[in-house]
Design a protein around this ligand. Structure first.
Ligand code: SF4
Ligand code: SF4
Ligand code: SF4
Length: 200
């Protein structure tokens, strides 16, 4: 079947979407960004492998990003990309399929199923913690946190017996503001799944 010509509109081209997607730190986030932009722009809906495939891929990627991913999601993404590669009417669909397949065999999708984002970018799999030995009780992180998630009292020169600051996980939205202001690099991002010890 002949390939359709791309529309001459102002909508973003797949190459531009790909370049912007590459900026994302995690391959699953790259794919999600690409698919969302593709669906809202260049995807014209004229053939089913691409239109239905992109729509389903979007949902499957959400599962992986939000901590409910399974083998079935990865298998579905592989099937969708293969069908798009063969059955898409134009280069846009085929390029999208190639982009989805690019990271499929690197193990990064599997790691998300197992509860870990190797790049520590997906919020469902990380938490912020304060290394007690590094914390000097300056209070800058508490001032920076707009969610009331930092627990602790600033050190007063004439008083002892203070406890290091802590992050209340239930209140933390993982916005990174506290880590940016800590002068001691005492705030770290850890894998939730690994239950890593916090230490220097
Ligand atoms: S492959 Fe091309 S023609 Fe088919 S839906 Fe996607 S963008 Fe449209
Ligand atoms: S900004 Fe850093 S050093 Fe200061 S209280 Fe927070 S964690 Fe401790
Ligand atoms: S990551 Fe954001 S919400 Fe969480 S403790 Fe730091 S500033 Fe507060």
């Amino acid at each position: 079947m002949a390939e359709l010509k791309e529309d001459k509109t102002n909508e973003p081209k797949v190459d531009d979407i790909k370049a912007a997607a590459e900026e994302k730190g995690c391959p699953v986030q790259k794919a999600k960004y690409y698919i969302v932009e593709f669906l809202s722009g260049p995807m014209c809906g004229r053939c089913l492998p691409c239109s239905l495939g992109s729509y389903e891929a979007n949902l499957r990627l959400d599962n992986l990003l939000e901590g409910r991913g399974s083998e079935a999601d990865v298998a579905a993404l592989r099937r969708i990309a293969s069908e798009m590669l063969v059955g898409s009417l134009c280069k846009k669909g085929k390029d999208t399929a190639k982009f989805m397949l690019e990271w499929m065999d690197t193990g990064v999708y599997q790691e998300h199923i197992e509860g870990r984002c190797p790049d520590r970018k997906c919020l469902a799999y990380i938490e912020y913690r304060i290394i007690p030995e590094k914390c000097t009780l300056c209070g800058l992180c508490k001032d920076a946190c707009k969610h009331g998630a930092v627990l602790g009292e600033k050190r007063k020169a004439y008083l002892g017996g203070y406890r290091p600051f802590e992050i209340r996980q239930k209140k933390c939205v993982k916005c990174d503001e506290c880590r940016k202001v800590c002068p001691e690099e005492a705030i770290v991002i850890l894998d939730i799944k690994k239950k890593e010890p916090v230490g220097v």
